[in-house]
Write a protein that binds this ligand. Structure first.
Ligand SMILES: Cc1ncc(COP(=O)(O)O)c(C=O)c1O
Length: 383
């Protein structure tokens, strides 16, 4: 079986992830930060270790600014709902996932002004367009780091400079890049970074986080939920301490234990090495698909301008049929349709049918790509 759906969730997980989760349940099952006994202390240590590894990965000096959430969606909602009030102006792009667009449309209904920057047909964003939209009076700019349909990378460092010059903060949706593309939040000028644990970071589902960059004053961000934190139990008001202010309730510590192990794997292998491996696979996919004259591929032609996500359509064939035949006849697992990103498909011109999306990962081999290309050729030639 060839798994090419790593943009939805990575599989298989690295060695050591399942074991770390089993070990947590069997040997450290206490509630972190709650009780003073050894199992609680051990659980707290494991959660803190994961926080520290994530801080290091993104070049954040204070691990307490890593807020654990259930996924990127939760992190994005925390940032948007915690920062924005009626009358605020926010700027976003026309290639955002629904994890950004749906909370924004809901905030728009409550009086937040939402301005959407149009993108090019390959999913890229021109700096002229960004310069016209990001103007003084903007509170927040929200941009995906890489689009989840075409893999197109957006110019985050330049967007951060424009946002800061206009007096705005920048929230980056790194769901498609964390773990597979180098991210240095200080150098790139990112104020808030939402990541998910189960894609490029290769951890279990139910993990993710919001990183509060060092320029961001946590006092301006309201928590999404309030409740027990194990700290300052004498107060009925939510404490202001980090990360407790934003982490009410018992965390997914078993998932975080798995995430700590998967991040250790990513660091050990090296994000640059992972990126180089995925650029090679993407190049092979783009070249092979270009040899099929009827197939239309979306996104930038240079693999350096995108992550390892390649979308295509084959005229005359429904995307659902291509996906089904790849799965049933050729043992290739991918995702077809709109990928929770209708705005992107409107930009690409593939709405409402969507595309077939191939997303190789760390464990994909060049021979898997060769088999996939031969399978697509067979499907297209038979039709
Ligand atoms: C660009 C992008 N943003 C956000 C998300 C949401 O991630 P999660 O489902 O982990 O919340 C995804 C997942 O598909 C994504 O691709």
């Amino acid at each position: 079986m060839i798994y090419l759906d790593n943009a939805a969730t990575s599989w298989p997980k690295p060695p050591g992830v399942a074991q770390a989760m089993a070990d947590f349940l069997e040997e450290a099952g206490g509630n972190p930060g709650r009780s003073g006994h050894r199992l609680s202390i051990e659980a707290g240590r494991i959660v803190y270790d994961a926080r520290e590894r994530i801080a290091e990965l993104f070049n954040l000096s204070d691990p307490l600014r890593v807020i654990f959430t259930l996924n990127a969606t939760h992190a994005i909602n925390l940032a948007l709902q915690g920062l924005l009030v009626a009358g605020d102006r926010i700027v976003t792009t026309a290639v955002e996932h629904n994890a950004v667009m749906r909370p924004l449309r809901s905030l728009e209904a409550r009086g937040v002004e939402v301005s959407v920057m149009q993108c090019e047909p390959d999913g890229s964003l021109s700096l002229d367009q960004a310069g016209r939209s990001i103007r003084p009076g903007t509170k927040l700019v929200v941009a995906t780091h890489a689009n989840n349909v075409t893999g197109t990378l957006l110019p985050i460092t330049a967007i951060a400079e424009m946002a800061h010059a206009a007096g705005a903060s920048l929230l980056v949706d790194a769901a498609q890049t964390a773990g597979v593309f180098p991210i240095d939040i200080q150098r790139m000028g990112i104020d808030l970074l939402a990541f998910t644990g189960h894609k490029g970071l290769m951890g279990p589902p139910g993990t993710g986080g919001l990183i509060l960059g060092e320029r961001l004053n946590p006092a301006i961000l309201q928590p999404l939920m309030r409740g027990g934190t194990g700290s300052r139990s004498e107060f009925e008001l939510q404490p202001d301490d980090l990360p407790d202010k934003f982490e009410a309730g018992t965390p997914n510590s078993v998932g975080i234990a798995g995430l700590g192990a998967s991040v250790a794997f990513v660091v050990d292998r090296g994000v640059e090495a992972i990126r180089a491996h995925e650029v090679g696979l993407t190049r092979a996919l783009l070249r092979g698909l270009a040899d099929l004259p009827t197939v239309r591929v979306y996104g930038p032609t240079n693999p350096m301008d995108r992550t390892a996500v390649v979308s295509f359509v084959a005229p005359g064939l429904r995307v659902s049929e291509v996906g089904l035949r790849l799965d049933e006849q050729f043992d290739v697992l991918c995702r077809v349709g709109l990928h929770c990103a209708p705005a992107t498909h409107r930009t690409l011109g593939t709405f409402p049918e969507g595309t077939v999306r191939l997303a190789p990962g760390v464990f994909t081999e060049p021979s898997d790509i060769a088999h996939t290309l031969a399978s697509i050729r067979a499907i297209v030639e038979e039709s």
